[in-house]
Design a protein around this ligand. Sequence first.
Ligand code: ATR
Length: 273
Amino acid sequence: MSEQARYAVVGNPIEHSLSPRIHTAFAEQTGESLVYERLLAPLEGFRDSVERFFAEGGAGLNVTVPFKQQAWETAGRHEPRAARAGAVNTLWRETDGTLVGDNTDGAGLVRDLRVNNGVTLAGARILVLGAGGAVRGILEPLLKEAPAEVVIANRTLARAEGLRDLFGDTGAVAASTFEALLGPFDVIINGTSASLQGELPPLPGGLVNPATVCYDMMYSQAETAFNAWARQQGSGLRLDGLGMLVEQAAESFLKWRQVRPDTGPVMAMLRPD
Ligand code: ATR
């Protein structure tokens, strides 16, 4: 039997990452022979950790907080969807030694919305909250779904305007403060890191109607602060980022192994209802 291919997720902290469980389940399901581990990189030692991993024969890495931008800088070539995102969550080495960076986050989000939850994005009015690295990674895949408009709202307006200018050639994008938002929207995606602290951006009323789909890119066993707000506002469908997490993993697995795993059983394993 040939030696098993080695993969890992690299981050800091990393002990709570679900990626090893997800990829191990994908490997069992598809019959791919691989091991997938957690790799804790020192905050000042990301590039060294990556170089060592590949020098020791590693086949591929997922990258999580806080290293996605550094991973972009470390990659010698970027897949088109990663190029403008400025952030990389998937790395592998080509036969000529080039380190390739991809970003599967946006594809994972779009697939979870469209395929798993039947949400129509084409022609939709979409509100995206936040303008940091997480949002940068999802804008191009979202805009490629041809929504009527994507409004980016952020506490610091200049960052939202920066993303509007960067992605404006891909579709209709606008920038706004939270206060100036005028609803309702068909889809609202929370990409702020406020949920991590259980906080919520100061959102005006009237953004949500019963048909509004609310999506928190964070996931948690308990309802997130954003999804609690969405429920109080009357949103009929509230989702958290577990589906996105499993779908971005499946996209990475596909890039590495040329096989697309079935995500349904893995989501059921992680969150049995
Ligand atoms: P990430 O990589 O997770 O996106 P980031 O680049 O630091 O992290 O971006 C965090 C995002 O969450 C930003 O849009 C930030 O708003 P600012 O650009 O104004 O800083 C937003 N954010 C964080 N805490 C917030 C809070 N309490 N209320 C509203 N927005 C918040």
